[in-house]
Ligand binder design. Structure first.
Ligand SMILES: [Mn+2]
Length: 238
């Protein structure tokens, strides 16, 4: 029997100890896990692999222990933690994936991604994303001190809190043409993504789109593949 878990949008930060504990509980309940896919926004923000905080150390240790016990860990970067880099990957034993990857899930080629690239109606965000994903932008920001980068990230967070960006009503949903283009382009009939905070399974003639849920202090979400079975689950965080 093989088991794979998919999670996204935990938005881990010092202000969410319940989510951190909930994540460890999820792992504790799956000691025989073959693969763990983290599909972005694992952290509320990530300003560079040199940002050594107690939270980051705990998470890195935990992922390192999961990988050393034989679970393959894969991470897709989200719009909040797109700066996760090779030092983080090396320390955790995780593999950092590109924006889109096709993997086998329950016997079907499946496209996995964070989901922000599907929200093409959010023109302002897509412009910002393009700038922030330029290698020169990343290089430049990494020359700034941790204090400067933290202030920058806090500024983005404050702006995002003002707009209540974690409320699904305020997150632009996927554009269905962008979904179709992505699925057709990848030649798949199944897609798994997070980002929109609208957990659901959508079936159409093109195939299935599974949306992972965002974690709150009340509940966590995961998609579980056990052999040929796939189930989207939520559980209470206490
Ligand atoms: Mn996101």
């Amino acid at each position: 029997m093989s088991t794979t878990l998919f999670v996204s949008d935990l938005h881990l930060s010092d202000s969410t100890p319940v989510i951190e504990t909930g994540f460890y509980h999820l792992l504790d309940g799956h000691e025989d896990l073959d693969r763990l896919f983290i599909l972005g926004d694992f952290f509320e923000y990530w300003i560079g692999d040199d940002d050594d905080t107690p939270l980051h150390r705990r998470i890195i240790d935990r992922l390192a222990s999961v990988s050393s016990c034989g679970t393959e860990v894969f991470i897709v970067r989200g719009n909040r933690d797109f700066m996760l880099g090779s030092d983080f990957a090396e320390a955790t034993g995780a593999t950092l994936l590109g924006d889109t990857t096709v993997i086998d899930v329950a016997g079907l080629p499946t496209l996995i991604l964070h989901g922000d690239t599907l929200c093409t109606d959010d023109i302002e965000y897509q412009k910002l994303r393009k700038v922030m994903h330029e290698p020169s932008w990343k290089e430049n920001i990494l020359t700034q001190s941790l204090e400067q980068r933290r202030a920058f990230a806090e500024g983005l967070r404050a702006a995002s809190r003002e707009k209540a960006d974690n409320d699904p009503n305020n997150i632009v949903d996927v554009n269905l043409d962008a979904v179709e283009t992505a699925m057709t382009g990848a030649g798949v009939q199944r897609m798994i993504h997070g980002h929109t905070h609208r957990p659901d399974r959508h079936k159409s003639t093109a195939g299935e789109r599974i949306v992972l849920g965002d974690w709150t202090s009340q509940q966590g979400w995961y998609l579980k593949e056990t052999d040929d079975d796939l189930s989207l689950e939520s559980f209470e965080l206490a």
